[in-house]
Design a protein around this ligand. Structure first.
Ligand SMILES: Cc1ncc(COP(=O)(O)O)c(C=O)c1O
Length: 370
């Protein structure tokens, strides 16, 4: 076989997902480990979603509803938008892919930040587009630097807000003044995967940014059922956008991109407000507890508007990551992102949080902390 691999594909480094627990346990010869590395919801899925999915199994011999009719209506009602403004994806990841497919041609430009969610750049590479990458400034998206890179060839700007991995949220005034200065030929994608976890007093109405007014750039919001709704394994998310943008995304998607089980699971999860509220309360309480205890251990947690946060552990992050793994606690080292002594964890269940703290105390001592 003599493969002719296009240069843009050859250059792609595969996305480094948090390794599955089973694989790490095999590698390290451990068992009963816990994972706080992928910003998942440790409390889910909701019992109502589980029940709906079990019932839906009976109909697996049928193709799913290609329009996601019931889910679409329910989400539209929940958000107060028109059903035509929503596009569902196999995770919000797939909406990123649709946006790039629909709007980026070879040599077109896309602006992203570093560090931020890596998938934006990957889809652009696949398409043969050009990535412009702006370093975060003080852990926030550097909107001035992003604005300065905009050219007639810019098609998309991706901003994860809150940002992954820092957990920072852009101030509302800064975001609005950035958007009004942009030309109207491009689309700004606000990836709101973690929006549900933002503190009440920090919230603002990004839905109001989506409109068809002349002279304004397009805004697309990305939301997901993977985090607050505890359905990461189901793969379902969606985008909220102007109808004209949604029409373009429908042209590039497969007719049945959302499977039957996902449609039923997401619909039931959306309706299970008790589970959702409980997730919010437990996550907030867990975060407060972890932050307080981490400070007592001599670490420096970084404030975050999400269900995860960075911690400066003041030792080499990768050495600490390895030490934690041997104790069966899976976290993320942020060294590859340029944060030498930072790790990232998501809030776990009460038991997981305590297990993490106990392992960290030991691992820090092993790494010569303090
Ligand atoms: C900022 C951000 N956007 C999107 C995603 C992917 O979400 P989904 O599971 O809906 O594809 C993640 C997942 O970690 C993320 O951190």
């Amino acid at each position: 076989m003599k493969l002719q691999i296009p240069e843009n594909i050859r250059e792609i480094t595969p996305y480094p997902p948090g390794k599955p627990i089973e694989e790490l346990e095999r590698e390290y010869g451990i068992s009963g480990s816990i994972k706080l590395a992928s910003n998942e919801n440790p409390f889910g899925p909701s019992p109502a979603a589980l029940q709906a999915m079990r019932s839906a199994l009976e109909n697996l011999h049928r193709y799913p509803d290609g329009s996601c009719y019931y889910l679409n209506r329910a989400v539209a009602k929940h958000l107060g938008v028109a059903p035509e403004q929503l596009v569902f994806g196999n995770g919000s990841n797939e909406i990123i892919e649709f946006l790039v497919k629909a709007f980026v041609k070879e040599e077109d430009e896309v602006i992203t930040s570093h560090p931020s969610f890596l998938m934006y750049q990957k889809f652009v590479q696949v398409r043969g587009g050009r990535n412009h990458v702006v370093e975060l400034k003080d852990m926030h998206h550097d909107l001035d630097a992003i604005g300065a890179l905009v050219s007639p060839a810019t098609r998309l700007i991706f901003i994860d807000n809150p940002n992954n991995p820092t957990g920072t949220l852009l101030p509302w005034d800064r975001l609005k003044s950035f958007l009004v200065k942009l030309p109207d030929h491009l689309i700004v994608v606000l990836d709101e995967a973690y929006i549900d976890f933002v503190d009440e007093d920090q919230r603002y109405d990004t839905l109001s940014l989506i409109d068809d007014q002349q002279g304004r750039c397009g805004v697309v919001l990305l939301r997901t059922f993977s985090k607050a709704y505890g359905l990461a394994g189901l793969r379902i998310g969606f985008g909220v956008m102007a109808e004209a943008v949604a029409d373009c995304l429908h042209k590039v998607r497969q007719p049945f991109n959302i499977n039957l089980i996902a449609q039923h699971g997401a619909l039931a999860a959306l309706g299970d407000r008790d589970f959702y509220q409980q997730t919010m309360r437990q996550t907030a309480a867990g975060k407060r507890y972890l932050i307080e205890t981490l400070k007592q251990l001599g670490c420096t947690p970084f404030p975050s508007q999400t269900n995860f946060f960075l911690i400066d552990v003041h030792v080499d992050a990768t050495i600490l990551y390895e030490a934690m793994l041997r104790k069966g606690v899976i976290i993320r080292s942020m060294k590859a992102y340029g944060f030498e002594s930072y790790i990232r964890i998501n809030v776990g269940t009460g038991e997981e949080n305590n297990r993490f703290l106990a392992a960290l105390k030991e691992a820090l001592a092993e790494c010569g902390h303090g």
